[in-house]
Design a protein around this ligand. Structure first.
Ligand code: LLP
Length: 420
């Protein structure tokens, strides 16, 4: 169980608040976040940074609720955005554009314009075509775009293939061998200013070695660029630090930054600014998804707990066969039979499951907490089956803040039009 989600008197709490009280007040399915957990996760980065020149840009695709963004902004975070929509969220909470980096393989012109208008720190450019488009858009606006090239260092991050992004066969980035040529092209474009080198090798990483493999190649590239008269201000190592879903022991921000600076110092780049784009490690274990058991169903092969949350609320199990721990919010009475259950949602798809083969002692009406649901959970939700998305609540000690109400049924189709 995550640090800010603990049992007291046999009831699972978020900080000081029993999850039963939240389910009663707001209904289920319900996302519950812990403000303390956000702060603690941020502090782990702050402790790792110390007095070194590091800009931490929260990868907000992991959780873009404004309350979460605002909390991180107040703690000093910048933001890694991947769309005009995410830029709008960042600006809505008054984020400092000088700490916004813009990643993504398919930036549209309007998104480039909006980001240039805002005056962001850096575009992480992923192809030559994007470089040309960005130069054009900036020139039209009479401004200068600050750019890094996202290079693909071709290292194996040892993680799930869907979230491993640093290998040659991925759609991301520019092959590292091609990079000097593309940097030289960037240098010819007056509306661009080269400021950095960028990579992101994958997500849910548990070891430091893939980062160091990538770093080694990036430093070699920076040396090569220097020979071409191109100097950079920062090196962006992306996100990727994993969290504990089951029994993983992921690397810590301190382990990462100590190792990175040791290597940088050894190569004479100890003063280079480092940018990080952590997503999951800042929010993953700061949230749970509360859900109620609607029915228990037993057939010859299986026991099913049909719950009121589904793949539209939490897609990770369906999409990645991701394992999320399931806690019974109220510890079961000893006479409730323990069975092996699949925890499934009400959606009309066999893939609609949240957990499989779990030993649980369930009764109809029981409340379950799907753990580690702070990252890539609500942000990947949909309204499939015309299901309103859950409410989101932030707990702060004994305080309870509704940070997004449950969607109303009407809002799901009120903008649609029938034919005349
Ligand atoms: N920077 C870039 C360019 C990224 O593509 C990502 C995540 C991050 C930073 C943040 O990575 P993190 O620190 O969270 O590992 N939906 C998947 C994860 C997709 C990650 C996509 N990119 C999941 O639920 O596991």
């Amino acid at each position: 169980v995550a640090a800010q989600f603990q049992f007291h008197d046999n009831v699972l709490h978020a900080e000081q608040v029993p999850l039963t009280a939240l389910a009663e007040r707001f209904g289920t399915p319900l996302y519950v976040y812990s403000r303390r957990a956000l702060r603690d996760a941020w502090q782990a980065y702050a402790d790792a940074v110390r007095d070194r020149d590091v800009v931490v840009c929260f990868g907000m695709k992991a959780n873009s609720n404004l309350a979460v963004l605002n909390e991180f902004k107040n703690l000093g975070s910048g933001f890694d955005i991947v769309s005009g929509g995410e830029l709008a969220r960042a600006l809505a909470i008054g984020a400092d554009p000088a700490k916004i980096v813009f990643s993504g393989v398919g930036k549209q012109e309007w998104e480039m314009r909006a980001a240039l208008q805002a005056g962001i720190k850096c575009f992480n450019v992923e192809s030559e075509a994007e470089l040309e488009r960005l130069a054009e858009v900036a020139a039209q606006m009479g401004t200068i775009a600050r750019v890094s090239l996202r290079v693909n260092p071709d290292v194996d991050a040892h993680t799930h293939p869907y979230i491993s992004t640093g290998l040659k066969e991925n759609k991301f980035g520019i092959a590292i061998e091609e990079a000097p040529k593309v940097y030289q092209r960037a240098q010819q474009l007056n509306s661009l200013k080269i400021v950095g080198v960028d990579c992101h090798i994958g997500s849910q990483l548990t070891e430091v070695s893939p980062y160091l493999d990538a770093l080694e190649k990036l430093i070699n590239l920076i040396d090569q660029l220097a020979d071409l008269g191109i100097t950079i201000e920062h090196l962006d190592l992306g996100g990727g630090i994993g969290i504990r879903y089951v029994d993983e022991t992921p690397l810590t921000p301190t382990q990462l930054l100590d190792a990175v600076f040791e290597r940088l110092n050894a190569r004479g780049y100890g003063k280079l600014q480092i940018v990080l784009e952590p997503g999951r490690s800042l929010v993953g274990n700061a949230g749970v998804l509360l859900t109620t058991v609607e029915f228990l169903k037993h057939n010859e092969a299986k026991n099913f707990a049909v719950v009121d949350a589904a793949m539209n609320d939490l897609l990770r199990p369906t999409l990645y066969e991701a394992w999320h721990s399931v806690e019974q919010v109220v510890k079961p009475a000893s006479d409730t039979p323990v069975r092996q259950y699949d925890v499934v949602g009400p959606i009309c798809e066999s893939g609609d499951w949240l957990a499989r083969d779990r030993q649980l002692a369930l009764r109809q009406g029981d409340l379950l907490a799907i753990m580690s649901a702070g990252a890539y959970a609500f942000t990947m939700s949909s309204q499939y089956n015309t299901r309103p998305r859950p409410a989101e609540v932030m707990v702060d000690g004994t305080d309870i803040h509704l940070v997004r109400p449950r969607e109303t049924l009407e809002s799901l189709f009120s903008s649609e039009l029938t034919l005349p």
